[in-house]
Write a protein that binds this ligand. Structure first.
Ligand SMILES: [Zn+2]
Length: 323
């Protein structure tokens, strides 16, 4: 299998968010990619400038960052043509690699805008090299800039950053320094094209945790009625285990629970509700092995939320009675 390391540059509405086209807030103007074989050797590269059709003037920040002028882009290729050409170049069997998770999202959003999203069937498994760098060299949580990683690994800086091909090339160089096992175990899933039916739902087991991505529901309340979403299964033994703390909401999007497996110990559950473009929701649930200390933190979090809710209710009563 080949690796396609790609990077995009995009433009946004030069007149501010108020006038942007919501279906395409970021218009892709450049694609750069390098192809690596299974041994991570660079075997090919791809570059294209794209002629803007939505925003015909460069946002000042775009101009500043990538050092391109509109006249450089005017002779570019139309996006719907460029994307076909790019995907053809990618080949049959490949995995996308990007720095962070926004390039794949914007690529699909642009494809949808031009009515060619069917060329790339999602949800898409990919390698987020920014995340992998953190897992291999830092704490797994941090997200550093590409230039930081290049400096950290003392890689040669031959090209300017912030042009698509150069950034793809740098990302590939960082990727080559990532431990093979880490890269294989911690792949990411892009859910811009989220599961629609039960059969499309995803269960992925990572070292130490399980991730489940549900189909769509009309509301989060509706989703929280689903047995699969609210279930607490230990991903190590496959058994449904008892919850010590039932799901409770924290903020608008998140729910937490705490479960205990007699064989494997504490499991921390988290559900994050994600909105689709049409306003439906789907759930991303993780069940993660945890320790006594973190179990206690969840308990405290729940108490804290309870306390705040009580306080709020008191205040509301007060204001209603006009005191
Ligand atoms: Zn278990």
């Amino acid at each position: 299998m080949d690796y396609i390391v790609f990077d995009l540059e995009w433009n946004q509405c030069p007149y501010g968010k108020g006038q942007e086209n919501e279906r395409i807030p970021f218009e892709i103007i450049e694609i750069g990619a390098v192809k690596l074989n299974n041994e991570k050797q660079i075997i090919d590269q791809y570059h294209v400038l794209i002629q803007p059709r939505v925003y015909k003037k460069l946002h000042f920040r775009t101009k500043e960052i990538i050092q391109l002028e509109m006249k450089d882009l005017e002779n570019g290729v139309a996006f719907y043509k460029a994307i076909r050409e790019f995907l053809k170049w990618c080949g049959e069997e490949y995995r996308f690699c990007t720095w962070g998770n926004s390039d794949l999202l914007e690529l699909q959003r642009n494809m949808k805008y031009y009515g060619v999203l069917q060329l790339l069937k999602g949800p898409l498994a990919f390698l987020d090299v920014q995340k992998l760098f953190s897992l291999d060299y830092e704490d797994g949580e941090s997200r550093k800039s590409l230039e930081y990683a290049v400096d950290f690994l003392q890689l040669e800086k031959k090209k300017d950053f912030h042009r698509a091909l150069a950034d793809a090339w740098y990302t590939a160089q960082v990727f080559r320094k990532i431990d093979k096992d880490i890269a294989e175990q911690f792949y990411s899933i892009d859910c811009y094209q989220n599961p629609k039916k039960k059969e499309e739902e995803l269960h992925v087991i990572y070292p130490g945790y399980e991730k489940y991505i549900s189909r769509e529901f009309s509301s989060k309340e509706d989703a929280m009625l689903d047995k699969e979403i609210t279930g607490s299964r230990c991903f190590l033994c496959g058994k449904n285990v008892r919850k010590k703390i039932r799901w409770f909401a924290s903020g608008q999007k998140n729910y937490y629970c705490l479960a205990y497996c007699p064989r494997h110990g504490w499991l921390k559950g988290k559900i994050r509700m994600k909105k689709t473009e049409k306003g439906n929701v789907f759930a991303v649930k993780t069940m993660k092995l945890t320790d006594e200390a973190e179990a206690l933190q969840i308990k405290e979090k729940k108490e804290e939320i309870k306390r705040k809710r009580k306080e709020k209710r008191k205040q509301e009563k007060k204001s209603q009675s006009g005191i």
